[in-house]
Structure formats: C-alpha cells, structure tokens
Design a protein around this ligand. Structure first.
Ligand code: FES
Length: 247
C-alpha cells in the first residue's frame, strides 16, 4: 500500500444521494483493480471531519484520473487535496473463462461492483444484476445499458431465480452490514442445494465492507469469521469466497 495524494478536479451530483468525484492521482494508483479502494482523508481536515479515513470506491478509471462514487452528504470541492493510502484490499478474484456473471445486491447501493461490471462487459461477459431493498433506489442511469437488471423481493427471491443461479459462472453478493451474514448464508445454502456437485472455489463470494480502522491488516478490527485461516476484509477482501466463511 502506498501513501500518496490526490487532487479533487471535479464534483458532480449524480442523484439525490450520490456524487461523483474526479480525482487526479499518482500514476501508481492507476494500477488499481476492481475490488480495491482508496483510504482517504482530507489533507487539511475541517472541523467535524471523520476521525477515521474513509474507504472510497472507484467506479471509472481514466489515464491519470479516478472517478469515485460517494454519498452526497459529504461536502468536497474542486481543488481540495486528499491524503490517500491505496490500494486497500485485494482485486475481486474472477474465475478463468467466465462468460456469465451474476451480481446480487441487497440493502445497499451496488457501487463496489460497477467498475468490475464495466470491465468484464467490455470483454464480452454477460452481467445480470439483482437489486433488492435500498439497492432498488440506485439511479439506473448510472448503470451500463447492457446490464440485465432484476428485482428481488423481501425474501431475496427474484423471477427465474434458479435459472439465473444455474446460469452463472460466478456469483458475487453484496449486502448491508447489518444483514450481511444472514443474506450470504441464505444464498450460499440455496446454491449448495442447487449445485451440490458444482461449487468450485470463487463460484460464490460475499463482499465485506466493515468500517476500517487501519486499512492495512494491522489491527484485526475487520476480521471476517472464517472456518479456517484468519481473513481480513481490508487485505483478503472485500470479496471472500463463501466456502471459507464461518456462518
Ligand atoms: S482495518 Fe485494521 S486489520 Fe483491517
């Protein structure tokens, strides 16, 4: 992880609740991969700024520039300098030869999956996105028109659910922290019953975004319950193979 700076070049309100910030960044940050994020604090924090750094998630990469999507309630201005530690986390592991990706998002915005979806679709991968709860409030105009979008009900069911779960070469699930384990366990159990002899590594992963303290694997505050080795959201995650999670 590098400690560097970024300059806010542009701030755009993209919905009632979201804004996009274009950041001019060090070349080293252009190596960032889907799943990895920036750990950010203003270079000169104003009164009332959060004590801990915030995890900012890239949604688009351009030469010398990264666009991040963050809540609109945070006030930032062009010209502001940020202190950045990055990259936080590991790239989301993608199975070799994947053709069909299923993304399931429950109770939060799908921001952490947007860069991955964009990059895989440009390589010809078909992407289906299932939105449930607060995820359905995400502004659909921010999504690529090629993504198939489905809506799940309160029991995490959606039209032709078994077909889509069978269809997918890989499944990624993102849920709000307060229901994360419940949602991940439910979907993992459904997949285990549906594909009992077909659950290879990384077929189904959950994304973990606890509030990070150090962001560098040093404090253990972001440990994900595991059935074997210690897993940390900030270094092993955010995507953790659900086969490894202790439910
Ligand atoms: S936040 Fe400190 S180990 Fe992950």
């Amino acid at each position: 992880m590098k400690h560097t700076q970024a300059l806010i070049e542009r701030v755009r309100r993209v919905s009632d609740h979201l804004q996009h910030l274009d950041l001019a960044v060090d070349r080293v940050l252009m190596q960032i991969k889907p799943g990895q994020s920036l750990f950010v604090t203003p270079q000169e924090p104003a009164a009332g700024s959060p004590y801990l750094r915030e995890q900012w998630i890239p949604v688009e990469l351009f030469p010398g520039r990264i666009t991040v999507e963050i809540p609109a309630r945070r006030v930032y201005a062009p010209g502001q300098i940020l202190s950045v530690m990055a990259p936080v986390g590991s790239p989301i592991p993608i199975r070799s030869g994947i053709q069909r990706l299923l993304l399931i998002v429950e109770g939060v915005y799908p921001t952490p999956l947007m860069l991955l979806a964009r990059q895989l679709m440009s390589g010809g991968v078909a992407v289906t996105l299932v939105l449930g709860g607060q995820a359905t409030e995400y502004p659909l105009e921010l999504l690529s028109p090629e993504i198939e979008i489905l809506r799940s009900d309160t029991g995490w069911k959606w039209p032709e659910q078994m077909d889509t779960l069978n269809w997918a070469d890989q499944v990624l699930v993102l849920a709000a922290a307060n229901r994360q384990m419940e949602v991940y366990r439910h979907l993992y159990d459904v997949l285990r019953q549906l594909r009992p002899h077909d659950l290879p590594d990384h077929l189904v992963s959950g994304l973990f975004y606890p509030r990070l303290a150090c962001g560098a694997g040093a404090c253990q505050a972001c440990e994900v319950p595991s059935n074997k080795d210690t897993l940390l959201a900030c270094s092993d995650g955010p995507a953790i193979d659900l086969k490894k999670v202790q439910f």
